[in-house]
Design a protein around this ligand. Structure first.
Ligand SMILES: Cc1cc2nc3c(=O)[nH]c(=O)nc-3n(C[C@H](O)[C@H](O)[C@H](O)COP(=O)(O)OP(=O)(O)OC[C@H]3O[C@@H](n4cnc5c(N)ncnc54)[C@H](O)[C@@H]3O)c2cc1C
Ligand code: FES
Length: 257
């Protein structure tokens, strides 16, 4: 799908837990070729003080129904305002933006690791990758059980594991403490991750030490979303790169981690 500025109709706005909302948006034109890792830059309507669009990863696409689903976690003014939007309103977006994850090959065994709202592109990748679900492992970390979102719909696409910092769901601790990470890492041919910077750095460094393929989706602060303002640059081995156009997905080998 060619990068487009387009108004999408908000069909559904569902609160999942205290801070996380699912927004299902319908496009007036077919939504083809949107891949996991790509994102949408969303205008926050009815908030004249918020000028810049906000980036959100695509959580899901229904090509037949022409819908795109986003997972929005309230962080500040923009995300809060967006979660207050009522079904029926039009939301201006620019999409699809950025480069997607490298899709796995049919013999790959993959580990997808999502933290916080970084779970969104991981669930989309699990669903879209087309691998035997036996070979897809999804590890999701959050602070507490109340911060985890319901992933029931995605269960058929892989094996799921959970961590919480307080031990209220799954293994207690960080994703890097989970046995699927500590004991089985070398069984995976590809690792993909999205989430808090510290989490991705910890995973990326361990992947580098073990010489494993690992792609991370960076969430640097963005403004324009399409390579003009240079506010999202990341210092890579090949110089400064715009996360919005050269990423957000990078191979850890290319980063100065
Ligand atoms: C490529 C990409 C994909 C993203 N995907 C998702 C997603 O699927 N779901 C989701 O909920 N969020 C996602 N985000 C983050 C989302 O864009 C920010 O939460 C949002 O822009 C915050 O806007 P705000 O107006 O609510 O917060 P602001 O009022 O602008 O900021 C509130 C606080 O959050 C900090 N902050 C703002 N943006 C970021 C950021 N990107 N990383 C770290 N701290 C930040 C600010 O420094 C400030 O302290 C993504 C970001 C990027 C770059
Ligand atoms: S957000 Fe403007 S260049 Fe990346």
């Amino acid at each position: 799908m060619k990068k487009t500025v387009i108004d999408l109709l908000l069909l559904e706005n569902k609160q999942l837990n205290k801070d996380n909302f699912l927004l299902k948006l319908q496009s007036p034109v077919p939504v083809s070729d949107i891949f996991p890792g790509q994102f949408v830059n969303v205008e926050i309507k009815d908030a004249q003080e918020i000028f810049l669009r906000r980036p959100f990863s695509v959580l899901d696409v229904d090509y037949q129904a022409q819908t795109i689903t986003l997972l929005v976690k309230i962080l500040g003014r923009g995300s809060k305002k967006l979660t207050e939007a009522q079904p029926g309103v039009q939301i201006s977006t620019i999409l699809p933006l950025g480069k997607s994850f490298t899709l796995p090959e049919k013999d790959d065994h993959i580990l997808l690791i999502g933290g916080g709202s970084g779970v969104a592109p991981m669930l989309f990748l699990a669903k879209l990758c087309g691998l035997d679900p036996e070979n897809v492992h999804v590890l999701i970390g959050a602070r507490s059980i109340t911060d985890h979102i319901d992933i029931e719909e995605y269960k058929p696409f892989g094996n799921f594991y959970f961590t919480t910092e307080d031990g209220s769901l799954g293994e207690k601790g960080y994703v890097t403490n989970h046995p699927v990470f500590t004991n089985k890492l070398n069984e995976f041919t590809k690792i993909y991750t999205c989430g808090p910077d510290l989490m991705m750095k910890a995973i990326g460094r361990i992947a580098l030490e073990n010489k494993l393929f690992c792609e991370v989706s960076l969430e640097n602060m963005m403004a324009c979303g399409f390579g003009v303002c240079l506010c999202c640059v990341e210092d890579t081995k090949a110089g400064h790169k715009c996360v919005c156009t050269d990423g957000p997905v990078f191979n850890v080998n290319d980063l100065k981690w």
